[in-house]
Design a protein. Structure first.
Length: 155
């Protein structure tokens, strides 16, 4: 799979985004990203299979429990749980899914890529949203610049 920049742009036009796997730990990277996306203007919906709340926010156990369904979902899970979470998104009718990662599509199992393609999911595979958000910290912009230099940045 070659990641298309238009899939990233499409995802980032979503208003309501479920973050699946957001940590219960206040200082976790996923919580930082959750807060950054909220500050950028997204309505973020926490999803964690064992949590009733994330901070002060009510939390959902599964994407299918969110009513109305979110426009998109950001999966921040261990690699072995990505396929199951993608199936939840498909069942909920979510058509834009971002699977968090560092090195792009090669980071995901082929089964996840195939499942997304079979269900016409607009997939962002294996990148960090911080690289594409306005006003991200320097380290995230540097990450994007390095990927541009080595040819891994989406075109």
């Amino acid at each position: 799979m070659i990641q298309k920049r238009e899939d990233i742009t499409g995802f980032l036009t979503s208003g309501r985004i479920a973050m699946v796997g957001v940590s219960r730990e206040e200082n976790d990277f996923s919580r930082d990203l959750f807060r950054r996306m909220e500050k950028t203007g997204y309505t973020m919906i926490p999803v964690h299979h064992e949590a009733d709340a994330i901070g002060e926010r009510p939390c959902y156990r599964r994407v299918q429990d969110i009513d109305p369904a979110p426009e998109a979902a950001l999966l921040m899970l261990p690699k072995d749980r990505a396929e199951s979470a993608l199936l939840d998104c498909i069942e909920a009718g979510v058509k834009r899914v971002w699977v968090y990662g560092i090195t792009g599509p090669r980071e995901l199992d082929a089964s996840v890529l195939e499942l997304a393609a079979q269900h016409d999911i607009q997939l962002v595979a294996g990148y960090c949203p911080h690289m594409f958000l306005e006003d991200s910290a320097f380290i995230h912009k540097l990450h994007g610049a390095v990927w541009k230099l080595v040819g891994l940045y989406p075109k």
